[in-house]
Ligand binder design. Structure first.
Ligand code: NAG
Ligand code: NAG
Ligand code: CU
Length: 677
């Protein structure tokens, strides 16, 4: 859903000062060290895009502006040759999606030459991402619409206390040639948690290009749930209170152990690049890890990010059935990102990075503190052993200190916290944590015993049903395990029956290695049993002969519960498998396709992989879907305690032995002891 425009700072650039400005920005670029070909577009470049595009499309509205990724080979060459000389990349390009005269345009801007390279009208199905501003404007349309005013008056409500939001409508087989959205409303009336106070039974449909209401329904009058008990602000809570815990903090008196050089991060044995994108949020690139045995950095992950999300609600009523959101491609996971709050969203030792993107008319928006990076020590153990069998007892323990890159995206009611956590052991743990508000529906019911029909959810408070739904997040993982050519290995753990008399045992299990040859073999439904997923470099082995690889360790396994041929499931078909494997293709970046808003699901992973391309010993991309089925409970009301799901990439015969064997415990804190003395 959509982000909060209040938190974005719109910076308008006076064109008359262009030259001065250019010089200033060059200076900014220099001091901010934007010197990497995968850096996000700088404010200067975003401004260039606006100026160039508006020359040919005066009234264009902007829907996406992002880096047009250079060819992978160029990047790898740059990394190995130019990078060391620290020269800035030439050949910067932007990929731009605008609407002009009711048509979607895909434009490539050559930023280095300050010209438009190509401009093509998109003629396929589906529409671009919504921008924040059109959502804000559309959400205010009902207030000036007479039938809506009458509906509000009929319910005895105060129109000034009504707040509406824009919801995308999916696609259910109809002709979809207009950018229509539904506008659904809540009754604020002094309550900040308006999500718990929906005005049920009313729905306006707006055309976003014409920016007017084109359809309107008032079907039923449903009681508005009570405001009492909905507030989540500390200042508004009444006794009894929970026991207050004592304060706690992280202290790094000697400073952090990571170095941030522009967008490049170096910490412990890791080296990687981070970027912010208005569609997918954080993008992690060129991840490599230092191997002291080989005395070099070895590649692990070329690029990783949330390529799409799918949140289908399970309520079949007229104002609800279409709520099957593709949050990244419809609302922009990056646009919806919030400025991180120091000390609470990220600990005291965090370093923050700002994000820039474009608004409706192409001017720049800034989300300050959109990403944070911090070292985490949560009292966990990296490895340990106590030995009491020897003449002298011994205990060796290493504390686990890790590095986290975090973003929080508030897609309307839901808050998604995305953590990329790097461990010295070579593991990368990716966690999605969910909090915020339930998608809730007003109801006549005040007690469960009254309910006899299907209400599609849980009664979480009087007159309020928390609607059932799923969350699926599909991660793009272009793994380059010690090089580009990789293979996907499915290790099937299989029970073997011992039928002869060779052992007193009647069974054991073994590992059956299967190398996926084509895309059809690269689709995996993990729910089926014991399958280990390993991406290997088939051309490299350890000294003792094992395949060099990385293990994809899944979190809780979920699969789709909807019928495969249902419209929303076709659009969200990338959730049909826990894992897909494709050969790298620059154009295939988003699991649900480029134009997902009202799209027909013709550009998803499910479609691409029908070609059944070869994936053995190729530059492969693994698409992993994490998720959970959400059956709401009363504890989710009025705000949900965080739920986390995760997966890990862990070295599997990548190193010759435990890569943290020689890790020393953290340096003693000299300043700290002085300080406390
Ligand atoms: C741009 O919009 C203005 C105001 O709506 C209109 O008068 C003008 O004709 C439009 N220009 C183009 C090129 O569409
Ligand atoms: C409606 O709400 C507005 C804004 O809160 C308030 O100023 C006004 O007095 C209210 N009107 C009525 C009739 O309660
Ligand atoms: Cu949920």
């Amino acid at each position: 859903m959509f982000g909060n425009t209040m938190t974005t700072l719109i910076m308008k650039f006076p064109k008359t000062f262009a030259t001065l400005f250019f010089t200033f920005l060059l200076f900014l670029v220099k001091i901010h060290g934007s010197n990497h070909p995968l850096d996000p577009l700088t404010p200067f470049e975003l401004n260039q895009v606006q100026t160039l595009v508006k020359k040919s499309h005066k009234n264009a509205t902007f829907h996406y502006v992002g880096l047009e990724e250079p060819n992978k080979q160029e990047i790898l060459t740059w990394m190995s040759q130019t990078h060391s000389k620290n020269s800035a990349p030439s050949n910067r390009k932007a990929y731009v999606v605008v609407r002009a005269k009711s048509k979607s345009h895909e434009i490539i801007v050559d930023l280095s030459k300050n010209s438009i390279l190509s401009d093509e009208v998109y003629t396929g199905n589906g529409f671009p991402m919504l921008n924040n501003e059109e959502q804000t404007i559309a959400s205010k349309l009902p207030h000036k619409y007479a039938p809506f005013q009458a509906s509000i008056a009929k319910r005895g409500l105060n129109l000034s206390e009504v707040l509406c939001e824009v919801f995308t409508m999916g696609w259910y087989g109809e002709k979809s040639d207009t950018r229509k959205v539904s506008v659904l409303c809540y009754y604020v009336d002094g309550a900040v948690n308006f999500y718990m106070r929906p005005i049920e039974g009313i729905m306006a449909i707006a055309d976003l290009d014409k920016m007017k209401i084109v359809d309107y329904r008032d079907r039923a009058v449903v009681p508005i749930p009570n405001a009492k008990g909905t507030d989540y602000r500390e200042s508004e809570q009444n006794p009894p209170f929970d026991t207050r815990v004592k304060g706690m903090t992280i202290s790094q008196p000697d400073g952090p152990s990571f170095a941030l050089d522009g967008n490049r991060v170096r910490w412990a044995n890791w080296d990687f690049h981070i970027a912010f994108d208005m569609r997918v949020g954080p993008v992690i690139s060129l991840v490599s890890i230092y191997d002291h045995e080989k005395d070099k950095y070895r590649s692990v992950l070329y690029r990783g990010y949330v390529s799409e999300m799918f949140v289908p609600y399970q309520d079949m009523s007229e104002e609800w059935y279409f709520r099957t959101f593709l949050d990244a491609g419809e609302f922009g996971f990056g646009i919806a990102a919030m400025p991180l709050q120091p000390l609470t969203d990220c600990p005291k030792n965090a370093v923050f990075i700002d994000g820039y993107y474009t608004t409706r008319d192409g001017t720049i928006a800034k989300t300050p503190n959109v990403l944070c990076i911090f070292e985490r020590y949560a009292g966990d153990i990296m490895w340990r052993h106590s030995e009491s069998q020897l003449p002298e007892e011994l205990t060796e323990v290493r504390p686990d200190i890790t590095l986290v890159v975090r973003m929080v995206s508030t897609v309307a009611n839901y808050d998604y916290i995305i953590d990329w956590e790097f461990k010295q052991s070579g593991a990368i743990k990716v966690t999605t944590s969910l909090s915020g508000m339930l998608g809730a529906k007003a109801s006549v019911y005040t007690h469960k015993d009254q309910i006899e029909d299907e209400v599609y959810g849980t009664l979480v408070a009087q007159n309020l049903i928390g609607a059932r739904h799923d969350h699926f997040l599909t991660f793009y993982l272009d793994l380059d395990i010690d090089g580009v050519a990789n293979s996907l290995v499915k290790n099937e753990l299989q029970t073997v029956r011992v039928v002869d008399e060779t052992s007193p045992r009647k069974s054991y299990w073994k590992v059956n290695k299967e190398v996926a040859k084509t895309e059809s073999e690269g689709k995996v439904q993990l729910a089926s049993g014991a399958t280990e997923i390993i991406v290997i470099n088939p051309n490299k082995k350890t000294k003792i002969g094992n395949d060099i690889g990385y293990h994809l360790v899944p979190g809780p396994i979920v699969g789709p519960l909807l019928w495969k041929y249902d419209h929303q499931q076709i659009r969200g078909a990338f959730s049909n498998y826990n894992l897909w494997t494709t050969p790298y293709s620059k154009a295939q970046k988003w699991a649900g396709g480029a134009f997902v808003e009202q799209g027909h699901g013709t550009d998803t992973l499910a479609q691409w992989t029908l070609r059944d391309r070869e994936i053995e010993e190729k530059d492969i991309v693994v698409w992993y879907t994490m998720g959970f089925h959400h059956v709401p409970v009363q504890e989710d009301y009025p705000i949900m305690p965080t739920v986390s799901i995760d997966f890990q990439l862990r070295p599997a015969n990548f190193f010759e032995y435990n890569p943290v064997l020689k890790v020393k415990s953290a340096k003693p804190l000299i300043k700290w002891s002085n300080c406390s003395a």
